[in-house]
Design a protein around this ligand. Structure first.
Ligand code: PAF
Length: 284
């Protein structure tokens, strides 16, 4: 595995691959890698000839300076994991390489970036869309792999790729979970042991809520009940528990066969913000 830190170096490498007819897959990450990221690398390995993993803690998607400061940075360990997973190139640009002095562009994807995580994190999805667009243009990837845990992020990237005619296929991969059901996240490592015990209530309560809705429960009542159960379990604050269309992230007042539905939630344990999401299917 080669580590590249400049746009020029990456372009030279990708040019050779493209000349040889290789299809390129990219897995964008902010590092602090876990099995969830590696599942994206495995998917990329299976669906592309060459795999680039990017590690870049993107300052413009953080709305909180402390969060950016404390975001885990574990490049050496990340490099070992990526090498073991068969990545061809680790692309780890510096902040000044990505955002040189004078950088002034932001991509704003309206609609799907509003509400949910976009409701409380000002500018977050502009930062995500901007960096993902740059990474796609820099890597010239044919396919880009993202985790469904960040469901709204996937929809924002899909909308941007469609709207800007970017020649890349966005591949969404299923959420990876711990044995007890907690969705894998780089933030989990910041949970104290007692918080880790509480954290498992998030997928448990969401699963029960999804099952109630699928069985015909009143949707607003089921969502309110789940938010209350999360608060009782120790989450503070519970930011949202919502049922949205998987297609355009519009709120859903009822289930129908035409619009696949997804239950989405965000809640805090101390200074750790956890999110999760799961499909809600009508019974067969
Ligand atoms: O999901 C992430 O890790 C980040 O939001 C991404 C897509 C790498 C952009 O910085």
């Amino acid at each position: 595995m080669e580590t590249i830190t400049t746009v020029a170096g990456l372009r030279a490498c990708v040019r050779k691959w493209k000349q040889a007819g290789d299809r390129v897959g990219v897995v964008p990450t902010m590092g602090a890698l876990h099995e969830g990221h590696l599942s994206l690398v495995h998917a990329a390995r299976a669906q592309a000839d060459r795999v680039i993993a990017t590690v870049f803690v993107n300052p413009i998607q953080f709305d909180n300076a402390d969060d950016l400061e404390t975001y885990p940075r574990t490049l050496e360990a990340d490099a070992c994991l990526l090498k073991g997973a068969g990545v061809d190139v680790l692309y780890a640009p510096t902040v000044s390489q990505m955002y040189p002095p004078g950088f002034a562009t932001r991509i704003n994807v309206s609609g799907v970036s509003e509400g949910l995580c976009g409701g409380t994190r000002a500018g977050h999805f502009d930062g995500v869309a901007t960096v993902v667009c740059k990474l796609l243009m820099q890597t010239l990837a044919d396919r880009a792999f993202f985790g469904e845990k960040d469901f709204q992020q996937v929809q924002v990237v899909r909308r941007m790729v469609t709207d800007l005619d970017l020649p890349v296929e966005v591949v969404a991969c299923p959420t990876q979970r711990e044995a007890d059901g907690l969705a894998l996240s780089s933030r989990n490592r910041r949970l104290a042991p007692h918080q880790r015990q509480i954290a498992v209530a998030l997928p448990r309560i969401m699963r029960a809520c999804a099952a109630d809705i699928a069985a015909g429960a009143d949707i607003p009542a089921a969502l309110t009940q789940a938010a209350g159960q999360l608060a009782d379990a120790g989450f503070e604050p519970v930011e949202y528990v919502e049922l949205r269309s998987e297609l355009d992230l519009q709120p859903l007042a009822s289930l129908s066969g035409d619009a696949p539905a997804r239950l989405l939630a965000a809640a805090w344990l101390g200074d750790v913000r956890l999110i999760d999401g799961m499909a809600v299917a009508l019974p067969e």
